[in-house]
Design a protein around this ligand. Structure first.
Ligand SMILES: Nc1ncnc2c1ncn2[C@@H]1O[C@H](COP(=O)(O)OP(=O)(O)OP(=O)(O)O)[C@@H](O)[C@H]1O
Length: 919
C-alpha cells in the first residue's frame, strides 16, 4: 500500500532479454534471406517491450523514458499507429489517482495498467513472430519453385515443414533454425491459447478505465488494418485477373490465413470489449470501495477527535472530582461570605455537576459505541484491505494477461501489415514486370504505330480528297453517261432507221415472194372416206397422189386419168395442223397490213366446214388463225400495240346476216362510207374486240348459236349459205408511231353442187341460184382479175362486193378446194378441181385498182347480176395452165405492183357502224 511500490515499465532486465531474443530471431531471418525486405523498412523492435511481471517483482518505477519504449523511432511510429499517447497518459492518470485514492487503490490501478501494457507488448511480439514466419514461408516457397516443382506451393507452416524436409541435406543450419522457429511458433500458439484463456478468466474479474482507451485505440487500429486488408483484397482481386500468375495459389493461401487471423482478431476484440465492460464494473466497485474507505476514514478521524475530546472531558472531570474540597471551601467561603447566595450556588454547581456526570455518562456510552464502531470499522477496513489485496493480485494478473493479449494482437496486426506489404511488393514486382513487358510491347509497337500513323494520314488525305474526287468522278460519269446516251440515241435512231428499212425490205421481199408464188394460191384437200360411206356405197377412191410432188392430184375417170396441178394437195390423212402449217404465213401477213382471203370451196359434204371451223377437239383454220394472231401480237409487244376485232357474217340468199348481233332478222347492207373516203362499210355489223383466246371461243359459240337458232337444220342451212369470219388486226408502233391494218377473211362457202344435179325447186332452187350466183360472181371476179380486165365485177354478188378489199390490189387469196374421193362425187370433184385450177392461174394486179375505183364511183350499192348465169354451172371451166412455172411466168410478166402506200389506202374500206363490243 505504499506509493513507492508503484510498478514501472522501466525494468531493463526483461526488456534487454526480450530484445536479445527478438534480435536473435531477426538475425536468423536475415541468415535465411540476405536480401530481406526489411532492408527497405524498419520493423518492430521488441527489445523495448517490458516483462511486467519482472518489473512488478523489481518494483521499478514508472518514468517518462519508459513511455518511449514501445516506439522505435519515427518510422515505426508512423508505420504502426498505436499511439504513444496511450502510454504517455499513464503517469498523469496515475498521478490523478494517487491524489484521490488510497495507496492500495493506486497500486491496484497501476497494476491493471501494467497488465494492459504487458498484454499489448505480448500482442506486438506475436505480430513480429508471425511476420518472421511469413518471411520463412516466402523463402520456402522460393526454394520450392527452384526445386523442379515437385511439390505444390504451400505457404502454411506445414508447407514449410515439407519444403524443409526436402532441403535438409543442403542446409543443416537452416533446418535447425526452422526447427527452432517451429518450436517458437508452437510456443507462441500455446501462449496465445493460454492468453485467450487468461483473458476469459480476467473478463470475469477485472476492470480498468484505461482499458477502454486501449480498446478504442485497438479498435481504431483494427479499422485501419481492415482498410488495409480491403485494399490488399482489391489488389488481390486485380491480381486474380492475371490467371497465369504463379503466385495465385500463394495469394489464396495467404488470403485464407488472413481471414483466419481476422476472425481471431475479431474474437479478441469481442473479448476486449467484454473485458472493458468488466473493467468498468470493477472500476465502479473500486470507486464505491474508495468512497466507503474515505467515509470510514472520516468516521475514524471523528471518532479519534471525539476520543480526544472524551479524554479531555474525562481529565476535566477527574480534575473536578479531585477538587471538591476546594469547591466546598469555595462554597464555604461563599457561604461564609454570602450565606444567602452560597446555597444557591452550591445547588447550581451540584446541578451542573450532575449534568456533567450525565454528560460524562453519555460520553462514556458514546465512547463505547464509537469504540465499537471503530472496532467494526477497523475490522471492515481490514477486510476491505484484504479484499483489495486480492483484487490487486487479480488485477495484476489480468492486466498482465491483457497486456499479453494486446501484444499478441499487436504482433498479429504487424504480421498482417507485413503480409500486406509483402504481397504489395510481390504485386509491385509483377506490375513492374508487366510494365517492362508493356514497354517492350510499346517498343515493338512503335514501328507499327508509325506505319499506322502514316496509313492513317494517307487515308485522311484520301478522305479529304474523296469528295472532290467523287465530284470529279460523278461529273466524268455524267459526261460519259451523256455521251453514251447520245451515242445510244444515235445508235437507236440508226437502228430504227435500219429497222424501218429492213421492215420495208421484208415487206418487199414478202410481196415479191407472194408475187412469185402468186397472189392467189390454191390448195386442195381430199377428205377421207367415212366409215358409213365405206360400208354403204362404192368406196373406191378415184383420186391418187404423187409421192414426189405434193402439188399434183390425179383423178381417174372412166379410164382416163386427169392431172391437176395446184399449189398444194392435202391427201385424206393430212391433219388440221398440217393444213394450218401451210396457211399460217398468210395469216401472219395480215399482221403486216395485208388483206387476206381464205375460201373453202367445194360441194356439200366435201369437208369445207371441217377445214375452216373444225370440230371441238380438233379446231380448224379459224380458231388456229386467231390463236396464232394472238401469239404473234404478244411477241411484237410492247413495240407494237395491236387490236384484234372479230365480226361474223352469213350470206344467205344474197342477204347479209350479223351472226354476232342481237337480232338475226336484221338485214345488213353494204354502203359507201359517207365520209367521202370511198370506202365501203356495213352499218350495224357487230365487231368484237377479242383480248384472249377465251374470247375467241366465246365469239365462235355466239356465232354458232345465232346461226343455229336462225334455221331448222343447221347442216342444211350451212350448206346453202356463206359463212364469213372477218378478223381485223390494227397495229400501232409505239416506237415509230406508224399504223397498220390488215384484214383476214375466212370464208366457208356454200356447197358448189350444180342445181341440175340437186334437182331443187322453190326455195331450194332460189337458194341454189343465189349460191351459184355468188360463186359465179367469185369466179368472174377472179377471172377478171386474172385477165386484168378493166372491169372486175365485184358487185355481182354480195360475197364479192363484201370481199372487194381483200381480193384486189396486193391482197392475198387462198382457195382451199375441198373434194370428195368417192366415185359418186366424181363430177363435182372434177368441176371443183377445174375451178381451182382456173383460180390458181389468176394474178391480182394493179389494173384492178382502176377497175375498183371505177366501180367505187358507182352510186349503186346493190350488186349487179349481169355477168351471172343462174342456170349455168357455177364455175366456168377455164383452160388449165400447163405448169405453175408458166403461170408464174405469166404472172411475173403481167404484174405491176401496187405500192404499199396505195394498199394502205385501200385497206379497211369495209368500215362498220363503229359498234365495238368487248366479249
Ligand atoms: N379431212 C377430214 N377428216 C375427217 N373427216 C372429215 C374431213 N373432211 C370432212 N370430214 C367429215 O365429212 C363430213 C362432211 O364434212 P363437212 O360438213 O365439213 O362438209 P361441208 O363441205 O362443210 O358440207 P356443207 O356444204 O353441207 O356444209 C363431216 O362429218 C366431216 O366430219
Amino acid at each position: 500500500g505504499k506509493p513507492s511500490r508503484s510498478p514501472a515499465l522501466g525494468g531493463g532486465g526483461a526488456r534487454s532479454k526480450r530484445r536479445r531474443r527478438v534480435q536473435q530471431v531477426q538475425r536468423s531471418s536475415a541468415l535465411l534471406s540476405p536480401a530481406v525486405m526489411y532492408s527497405t523498412r524498419k520493423t518492430w523492435d521488441l527489445s523495448h517491450s517490458p516483462c511486467l511481471q519482472e518489473l512488478w517483482k523489481k518494483d521499478a518505477s514508472l518514468d517518462a523514458s519508459s513511455v518511449d519504449l514501445l516506439s522505435d523511432g519515427e518510422d515505426d511510429a508512423s508505420f504502426l499507429s498505436l499511439p504513444t499517447a496511450t502510454y504517455s497518459q499513464r503517469p498523469s492518470l496515475t498521478a490523478e489517482l494517487s491524489e484521490s485514492n488510497t495507496p492500495n487503490q493506486q497500486l491496484l490501478i497501476q497494476t491493471l495498467q501494467d497488465k494492459i501494457f504487458e498484454f499489448q507488448a505480448h500482442l506486438h511480439s506475436q505480430e513480429v513472430s508471425r511476420r518472421l514466419l511469413l518471411q520463412l514461408q516466402q523463402q520456402c516457397s522460393g526454394v520450392e519453385k527452384t526445386s523442379a516443382g515437385a511439390e505444390a506451393l504451400q505457404p502454411s507452416p506445414s508447407g514449410v515443414r515439407s519444403l524443409l524436409s526436402g532441403d535438409q541435406t543442403s542446409d543443416p543450419l537452416r533446418e535447425q533454425l526452422v526447427t527452432r522457429l517451429h518450436t517458437k511458433v508452437e510456443e507462441l500458439e500455446k501462449k496465445v491459447s493460454n492468453q485467450t484463456q487468461e483473458v476469459e478468466r480476467l473478463r470475469s474479474q477485472l476492470g480498468a478505465t484505461d482499458l477502454e482507451k486501449q480498446l478504442e485505440l485497438l479498435l481504431v487500429e483494427n479499422q485501419r488494418l481492415k482498410k488495409e486488408l480491403k485494399s490488399c483484397k482489391s489488389t488481390d482481386a486485380a491480381a486474380e485477373s492475371c490467371s497465369h500468375c504463379s503466385h495465385s495459389q500463394e495469394v489464396e493461401t495467404l488470403r485464407r490465413e488472413m481471414f483466419h487471423w481476422e476472425r481471431q482478431a475479431r474474437q479478441r476484440e469481442q473479448q476486449l470489449a467484454e473485458l472493458e465492460k468488466e473493467v468498468v464494473e470493477k472500476s465502479s466497485s473500486l470507486e464505491s470501495l474508495h468512497r466507503q474507505l474515505h467515509g470510514t476514514t472520516q468516521q475514524l478521524e471523528e471518532t479519534r477527535k471525539r476520543q480526544a475530546e472524551l479524554k479531555l472531558t474525562e481529565g476535566e472531570l477527574s480534575r473536578h472530582l479531585v477538587t471538591p474540597p476546594r469547591a466546598k471551601c469555595v462554597t464555604h467561603m461563599v457561604e461564609e461570605e454570602e450565606p444567602a447566595d452560597a446555597g444557591r450556588a452550591v445547588a447550581e454547581l451540584q446541578k451542573k455537576n450532575e449534568d456533567l456526570l450525565e454528560q460524562l455518562h453519555t460520553q462514556k456510552q458514546l465512547q463505547k459505541d464509537l469504540q465499537t464502531q471503530l472496532h467494526e470499522s477497523q475490522r471492515i477496513c481490514a477486510q476491505l484491505r484484504t479484499q483489495i489485496l486480492v483484487y490487486e493480485g487479480e488485477m495484476a494478473r489480468a492486466q498482465g494477461q491483457l497486456e499479453a493479449e494486446m501484444q499478441n494482437l499487436e504482433e498479429e496486426k504487424n504480421r498482417v501489415i507485413e503480409e500486406a506489404f509483402i504481397r504489395a511488393e510481390s504485386e509491385m514486382k509483377a506490375v513492374h514486370e508487366n510494365l517492362a513487358g508493356v514497354r517492350l510491347n510499346l517498343l515493338s509497337l512503335q514501328p507499327a504505330l508509325r506505319t499506322l500513323t502514316l496509313d492513317y494520314n494517307l487515308l485522311k488525305r484520301q478522305v479529304q480528297d474523296f469528295p472532290f474526287m467523287l465530284d470529279q468522278a460523278i461529273t466524268q460519269a455524267k459526261q460519259e453517261i451523256c455521251q453514251v446516251i447520245s451515242e445510244v440515241s444515235t445508235t437507236n435512231q440508226e437502228l430504227l432507221r435500219k429497222y424501218k428499212r429492213e421492215m420495208n425490205l421484208r415487206k418487199k421481199c414478202h410481196n415479191e415472194l407472194v408475187r412469185l408464188r402468186g397472189n392467189i394460191r390454191v390448195f386442195c384437200r381430199v377428205r377421207p372416206i367415212s366409215q358409213e360411206e365405206q360400208d354403204s356405197v362404192d368406196a373406191r377412191t378415184m383420186l391418187s397422189f404423187d409421192s414426189d410432188d405434193d402439188a399434183v392430184l390425179y383423178l381417174s375417170n372412166k379410164g382416163r386419168v386427169m392431172k391437176f396441178e395446184l399449189d398444194k394437195v392435202f391427201p385424206p390423212p393430212a391433219s388440221q395442223e398440217e393444213v394450218f402449217q401451210e396457211v399460217q404465213s398468210l395469216v401472219t401477213s395480215c399482221i403486216d397490213g395485208f388483206n387476206v382471203c381464205i375460201f373453202a370451196y367445194g360441194q356439200t359434204g366435201s369437208g369445207k366446214t371441217y377445214t375452216m371451223e373444225g370440230i371441238e377437239d380438233n379446231p380448224g383454220i379459224n380458231q388456229r388463225a386467231l390463236r396464232l394472231l394472238f401469239s404473234e401480237v404478244l411477241e411484237k409487244a410492247p413495240d407494237w400495240d395491236y387490236t384484234i376485232t372479230v365480226s361474223m357474217v352469213e350470206i344467205y340468199n344474197e342477204s347479209l346476216r350479223n351472226l354476232l348481233g342481237d337480232s338475226l332478222s336484221d338485214r345488213l347492207d353494204i354502203k359507201m362510207n359517207p365520209d367521202g373516203s370511198g370506202q365501203l362499210y356495213v352499218p350495224g355489223l357487230t365487231e368484237f374486240t377479242v383480248l384472249s383466246p377465251e374470247d375467241i371461243n366465246r365469239v365462235f359459240e355466239l356465232g354458232h348459236m345465232n346461226r343455229a337458232t336462225a334455221c331448222t337444220n343447221l347442216n342444211e342451212h350451212s350448206s346453202r349459205s356463206h359463212a364469213l369470219l372477218i378478223i381485223t388486226v390494227s397495229g400501232y408502233n409505239t416506237v415509230t408511231g406508224s399504223r397498220t391494218q390488215g384484214k383476214l377473211n375466212l370464208v366457208d362457202l356454200a356447197g358448189s353442187e350444180r342445181i341440175a344435179k340437186s334437182g331443187a325447186e322453190g326455195n331450194r332452187l332460189r337458194e341454189a341460184q343465189c349460191i351459184n350466183k355468188s360463186l359465179s360472181a367469185l369466179g368472174d371476179v377472179i377471172n377478171a382479175l386474172r385477165g386484168k380486165h378493166s372491169h372486175v365485177p365485184f358487185r355481182n354478188s354480195r360475197l364479192t362486193y363484201l370481199l372487194q378489199d381483200s381480193l384486189s390490189g396486193d391482197s392475198k387469196t387462198l382457195m382451199m378446194v375441198q373434194v370428195s374421193p368417192l366415185p359418186a362425187n366424181m363430177s363435182e370433184s372434177i368441176s371443183s378441181l377445174k375451178f381451182a385450177q382456173r383460180v390458181r392461174s389468176v394474178e391480182l394486179s394493179s389494173s384492178s385498182s382502176s377497175a375498183r375505183r371505177h366501180e367505187n364511183s358507182s352510186t349503186s350499192s346493190s350488186p349487179t347480176h349481169d355477168s351471172v348465169e343462174f342456170d349455168s354451172p357455177p364455175v366456168t371451166p377455164v383452160p388449165l395452165p400447163i405448169s405453175r412455172a408458166s403461170s408464174a411466168g405469166s404472172t411475173l410478166s403481167s404484174t405491176s405492183r401496187t405500192p404499199s402506200t396505195s394498199r394502205r389506202r385501200s385497206q379497211s374500206q369495209l368500215s362498220t357502224g363503229r359498234l365495238k363490243m368487248t366479249a
